[in-house]
Design a protein around this ligand. Structure first.
Ligand SMILES: [Fe+2]
Ligand SMILES: [Fe+2]
Length: 347
């Protein structure tokens, strides 16, 4: 679960992170430092409500909320300024918490309520639920220093192929964006797009599965990247960028010795950020060295990343995302971009 922590004191940010991470993802922002786009998770505000300027800034944050997705707005009111409770509710709080202990309990309560809603969804869309559970198992294994079970990846891929075959890509994109966040959302979307692309191109079932497996595992190396970088709302600084760019090699290293791993899946994991003009990473491959499977995967990855719903950015419309791909001809293969048109806009 994502917690947006909004405060007027920089010193409170490390304290809240220490308390809530890694159980929750914390996206922390200082009041008055630019526009905030919050469209998912729980909002937690800890600021001095006696300050008129602070109150104005909080009002702006509340106005910018996408109220459908942000249902819980917690305000932290220190016990010595109890009379600010009314002010917090006037600003739109759904609950007021007074201590660290209360914060932890309240978040646990919200989490249980959310899981119950998700449980209802499991029966409505089992493919997404089972696919997501398989991603969770793989990422958890790696974060705990264990190796992944390839049958989890096979299972996720099969579920996604079935889900796309049943509901089409459009339904899949909408459902995944509604119920998942962060890296899992990204992996489910990329695999869905890649599978939709392969089906549209008339691939045989084994080939659809091969591309699907490469897509399922393409960002597995991100399991070793800190969440503070993966889920950072703003631009990454150069050091963070270097760290995140390691994920294809990390993923390759994690998978290369697994029994039964296919070479084309390893190729996809290591090379999905390569470009035909040689400007990609990690190996700056030239066009001739980039396989067809990788070319398809890279297009699917970029498109899925653009239409993703992030807490700080609404999803880009599919038409606009396709225009971005068209502007990348030279880095991506033109004939494949054109073949992708139907998948991007219609499927
Ligand atoms: Fe990636
Ligand atoms: Fe990716």
């Amino acid at each position: 679960m994502l917690v947006h922590f909004v405060t007027d004191e920089p010193g409170k940010i490390p304290a809240i992170r220490a308390m809530l991470e890694p159980r929750y993802h914390v996206a922390a922002r200082l009041l008055g430092t630019g526009e905030m786009q919050i469209s998912d998770g729980v909002l937690m505000v800890d600021a001095d409500l006696r300050e008129a300027a602070r109150v104005e800034q909080i009002k702006n944050v509340m106005l910018g909320l996408h109220s459908i997705a942000i249902t819980e707005k917690l305000f932290v009111v220190q016990s010595h300024i109890q009379h600010m409770v009314a002010q917090a509710y006037a600003l739109g709080a759904t609950a007021v918490v007074r201590s660290s202990r209360e914060i932890v309990f309240k978040l646990a309560e919200i989490e249980v309520a959310e899981k119950t809603t998700k449980a209802d969804f499991v029966t409505a869309s089992p493919e997404i639920a089972v696919g997501a559970a398989a991603f969770e198992a793989m990422f958890a294994a790696i974060r705990n220093g264990k190796s992944i079970n390839l049958s989890d990846a096979e299972n996720a891929t099969t579920q996604i192929v079935n889900g796309i075959a049943k509901n089409g890509l459009g339904g899949w994109l909408d459902d995944v964006r509604r119920y998942h966040e962060g890296t899992f959302q990204h992996c489910l979307l990329v695999t869905g797009v890649a599978v939709g692309f392969a089906l549209d191109l008339g691939f045989t079932y084994p080939d659809v599965k091969r591309l699907g497996m490469a897509a399922t595992l393409h960002d597995i190396g991100k399991a070793r990247i800190p969440l503070s970088i993966l889920d950072k709302a703003g631009r990454l600084d150069p050091v963070e960028e270097e760290i995140i760019k390691r994920h294809p090699v990390i993923g390759y290293e994690l998978l290369k010795d697994l029994a039964g791993i296919r070479p084309e899946v390893l190729d996809g994991v290591r090379h999905h950020h390569e470009y035909l003009d040689g400007s990609g990473y990690p190996d700056a491959l030239a066009a001739g060295k980039i396989s067809d499977l990788v070319r398809l995967l890279t297009i699917s990855d970029i498109f899925a990343a653009l239409v993703e719903r992030r807490p700080y950015k609404p999803p880009m419309a599919r038409e606009d995302a396709y225009k971005v791909l068209c502007g990348m001809e030279g880095k991506l293969e033109g004939s494949l971009i054109r073949a992708f048109r139907k998948v991007a806009l219609v499927a």
